[in-house]
Design a protein around this ligand. Structure first.
Ligand code: ZN
Length: 283
């Protein structure tokens, strides 16, 4: 079994599920780590090494974990990348994908509390791809080789801030503190069966709000890596939030926004789940 990678107190840790864990820097005698960022800078060698490691620590408690990539240099958000969601949002789906950023300081771990900074706080469960190698102008056929792994992400959005102004401010409206829960683990792409067709869903207080498959992405992971790298040099640890399926709160009748009593659970087949709660800001 290839273990997945987790961030425990800022240190890279191998996750073997119920079988336990292993601190990367300690188990490798300092060759890899100690941070997840350092591991991603040497991803191919790390992956080969990790296959031979045995767990020597306790199973990880997900609630204690930080985001697997806490400080990426670049975070790409993709808008309107599932046909049904683009249609519910009133956009046509031809042409290039909509690209924005979530500023990296908004990232949070798999169990996080989001401040209620807006009366129109909304959910967007998304598959997040993590780049594993510096690359430019990658072809679609080589693109998956540049992806270290996958994780679950939530693109929490303040719809009022996102949509205000003459030219909507997507990046600002999606970058408040803790608006980017990710994890619980970085699962190496080699370990993900059917990586282009994963069940993706989210629930609010147990009610299913989004329920789709990543095979319905208009621009799939390989196409996004090719498109983004035709412009930007991609760096190890960069994140691509690949877009959300239909069922967001502001397109429901009546609209449904997140508040103090809500528990948002976001899940992707084979990658695990995120639990997000909401709290009023101290005044
Ligand atoms: Zn999104």
């Amino acid at each position: 079994m290839t273990p997945s990678l987790a961030n425990l107190d800022g240190r890279a840790v191998l996750n073997f599920g119920a079988s336990g864990s292993a601190d990367v820097a300690r188990a490798s005698a300092g060759r890899f780590g100690p941070s997840c960022a350092a591991v991603l800078d040497d991803w191919a060698a790390f992956l080969a090494w990790s296959a031979s490691v045995d767990p020597d620590g306790a199973p990880l408690e997900v609630a204690r974990l930080g985001p697997p990539v806490p400080s990426p240099r670049q975070v790409f958000g993709i808008g309107l990348n599932y046909r049904e969601h683009a249609e519910e949002a009133g956009y046509d789906t031809s042409g290039l994908p909509q690209v924005f950023t979530k500023f990296p300081s908004c990232l949070a771990g798999p169990v996080a509390t989001v401040p209620i900074v807006s009366p129109r706080l909304d959910w967007e469960v998304e598959l997040v791809a993590v780049i594993g190698e510096r690359c430019q102008r990658v072809s679609e056929s080589a693109a998956w080789d540049k992806v270290a792994g996958l994780m679950v992400g939530q693109d929490i959005s303040a719809r009022d801030v996102q949509l205000e102004g003459r030219s909507p401010q997507w990046s600002l409206g999606k970058s408040f503190t803790n608006f980017g829960p990710t994890g619980p683990f970085l699962v190496p792409t080699e370990s993900v069966a059917n990586r282009d067709d994963l069940h993706i869903s989210c629930r609010v207080n147990g009610e299913v709000m989004q329920d789709s498959r990543t095979s319905l992405l208009i621009w799939n992971v390989a196409e996004l890596v090719a498109r983004l790298s035709s412009v930007v040099t991609l760096l190890p640890g960069d994140l691509i939030f690949t877009g959300t399926p239909a069922g967001v709160g502001n397109r429901r009748e009546p609209p449904r926004y997140l508040g103090v009593d809500d528990v948002l659970v976001s899940e992707i087949e084979g990658l695990g789940e995120l639990t997000t709660t909401f709290a009023t800001e101290p005044s």
